[in-house]
Ligand binder design. Structure first.
Ligand SMILES: [Zn+2]
Length: 608
């Protein structure tokens, strides 16, 4: 997942915290076994008007007993690490066998218990309900008069306590002039099929009117489905496709294969959405963005991030998340790897695909260092575990930028230790082959073993202890020179006052003791006129102020002109400097080895 400025997210916190564990977990109830599972989804102009769609599930109980069928809905969607409880939006549940209504009740808040004493052996059961689709969230369902987004986790029920390996078929009934987009494969007769429940709920649907086109990238078909029609068109759509064609091949190169049969990029553009957010799947992803994000610098970053997840987390995944379970939270200390390292590779895909120049990569990296510096120190493992409860101290999503920086640091360390013959790519590719390809997740020992092997046997226990499990700041002064990059820490003049604009001018509200302004004798209640003769009401004040003090040293004179009552005073004090943001540049004095490592990172190459 990837999110920026998501105010909507804040609104969902209450419901996420409301229910952390299912009421009946201790009892471990088990449903009667079922077979021949089919789901039918109906969405047309009439259900759209109600902001609903209709769901029918048909199955045949198997086995000799008469025990009830227990049907559950997931509590969350993998990738969106929060409990949502999709059972909330179910309306008018019924159960039938032929024309006979069957008795049912709730076993817990997301499990329906359907009695089948009256159902002859071999006869199928049909459950039906409507689903309220009014949540503009990529893990949920959202209907407009001509469009529906829905996720399988929201509406596809599974037999409680039974293996999730059952195959199923899906039919979508809609208007004849509306479309259906999903990455779910179609059987020769046109039926959508999923070979197991995990795949079934990993393929979201668009139904209705939307733009759809396709192209081949890295040897496989990609499709772009975007709603509303016209939201991404003309030069903007050309640019969108151009970014995909640049970003995907460098990602394929990391793993050496394009893992999907076809891939569907699903975009919703809506002005009701604050920010931009993506949710990954194995062969598709759903982005929801405010209109201002279409064609923005963030667009290729979001695309590259979500698509890299098709390998990292959807396939290569920590053992804690393998297999997914849908009824309870599934916390893991590894989101810094699953999300953060995905974000590092999104930056790399952008620079390796020439979407951004090298300086763009430096700026993204420096931006992440500044982001991490702005929140309390927190261990990557702790931040990963805590995301389920949405901490309020600013660290809730810090495992994205900090995990990205951890990936960058490990990449540099591996390249340095192996004389640029191996990189973090080798770690990902090895674990992809040895764990995902063998049908399981990776363990802590496997991760650090692969890192150490890539680095020619160099031990990483100390790195793990200090920077991943620990809270020590990353040692950029040592790490960046190894990659031929230099870190600059800007110092910025701090006057030590806060001001408010009123009818008479710029009023000094508070004066910080020990600051420049206090030293010069500025008082609360003064009106600030100028600083070093730069008028504070000048339109270009900010630019001129920064230029005037760009090379200032601690204690250099600074003259503040203020109005105090009827008087105008010129007060002189000394400049006080504060540490500002960092920036990164290529180091012109880098060693030949550091230059090879820098080029290796930026171009995606290693030396033989
Ligand atoms: Zn993500």
């Amino acid at each position: 997942m990837s999110r920026v400025q998501s105010l909507f997210l804040l609104l969902t916190i209450g419901s996420a915290l409301a229910a952390q564990s299912p009421a009946m977990a201790a009892r471990a109830p088990v449903s009667a076994p079922i077979a021949d599972v089919r789901y039918e989804v109906t969405f047309d102009r009439s259900t759209a008007a109600e902001r609903q769609f209709h769901v029918t599930m048909t199955f045949t109980p198997t086995g000799a007993g008469r025990e009830p069928v227990l049907l559950s809905l997931p509590a969350w969607t993998p990738g969106a690490y929060e409990i949502t409880n999709f059972a909330r939006w179910v309306l008018g549940f019924t159960a039938h066998s032929g024309d006979r209504a069957l008795q049912w009740d709730k076993l817990d808040y997301d499990t329906w218990r359907v009695r089948r004493d009256s159902v002859p052996a071999g006869e199928s059961i049909r459950v039906e309900f409507d689903f309220r689709a009014d949540s503009l969230d990529n893990a949920m369902s959202w209907a407009r008069p001509d469009f529906l987004l829905f996720n399988g986790t929201n509406v596809f029920m599974y037999p409680e306590g039974r293996p999730l390996t059952f195959a199923s078929r899906v039919a979508v009934k809609t208007e004849s002039d509306w479309r259906v987009a999903t990455s779910m494969p179609r059987a020769p007769d046109g039926t959508l099929t999923a070979s197991n429940f995990h795949d079934l709920v990993d393929m979201p649907f668009f139904v209705g009117r939307f733009d759809l086109d396709s192209s081949q990238i890295s040897g496989k078909w990609m499709r772009v489905a975007s709603y509303p029609a016209g939201a991404i068109q003309g030069i903007t759509r050309f640019q969108f496709w151009d970014q995909l064609k640049r970003a995907v091949p460098p990602e394929v190169a990391v793993f050496g294969e394009t893992p999907w049969d076809s891939y569907t990029v699903m975009e919703i553009v809506d002005s009701a959405y604050q920010g931009a957010s993506g949710l990954e799947h194995g062969s598709s992803h759903v982005d929801i963005v405010a209109p201002v994000y279409v064609g923005s610098d963030f667009q290729p970053s979001l695309l590259a991030h979500e698509i890299f997840h098709a390998w990292n987390v959807k396939r290569l995944r920590p053992a804690d998340l393998w297999p997914y379970r849908y009824d309870v939270p599934q916390p893991t200390p590894w989101l810094w790897m699953s999300e953060g390292i995905t974000d590092y590779y999104a930056d790399l895909a952008e620079v390796r695909g020439a979407i951004i120049p090298d300086t763009g990569f430096y700026a993204l990296t420096a931006g992440k260092i500044n982001e991490v510096g702005a929140v309390p120190p927190i261990a990557l493992e702790d931040a990963s575990l805590s995301t389920w409860v949405h901490p309020v101290d600013g660290t809730g999503y810090i495992y994205y930028p900090k995990g990205s920086l951890a990936g960058f640091m490990l990449d540099v360390m591996i390249r340095d230790a192996s004389d640029n013959r191996r990189s973090l790519d080798n770690v990902l590719r090895e674990l992809y082959t040895t764990t995902y390809k063998r049908g399981r997740g990776f363990t802590r020992e496997e991760w650090w073993g692969a890192v150490s092997r890539a680095a020619g046997g160099k031990p990483f226990a100390d790195v793990e202890r200090r920077y991943i499990d620990g809270r020590e700041p990353f040692p950029w002064e040592q790490v960046l020179p190894l990659a031929g990059m230099a870190l600059h820490r800007a110092s910025v003049p701090r006057l030590g006052i806060s001001t408010v604009q009123d009818a008479k001018g710029v009023l000094v509200d508070q004066v910080e003791p020990g600051g420049s302004a206090a030293g010069a004798g500025v008082r609360s209640g003064d009106y600030l006129v100028s600083i070093n003769d730069i008028s504070v009401v000048d339109q270009t004040f900010g630019v001129r102020f920064r230029a005037a003090f760009a090379h200032a040293k601690e204690g250099d004179p600074v003259t503040l002109q203020v109005r105090r009552g009827e008087e105008t005073l010129r007060l002189t004090g000394g400049v006080r400097l504060a540490v500002g943001d960092v920036s990164i540049s290529a180091d012109p004095n880098a060693s030949p080895k550091a230059v090879r490592i820098r080029n290796g990172i930026l171009r995606g190459i290693t030396d033989r």
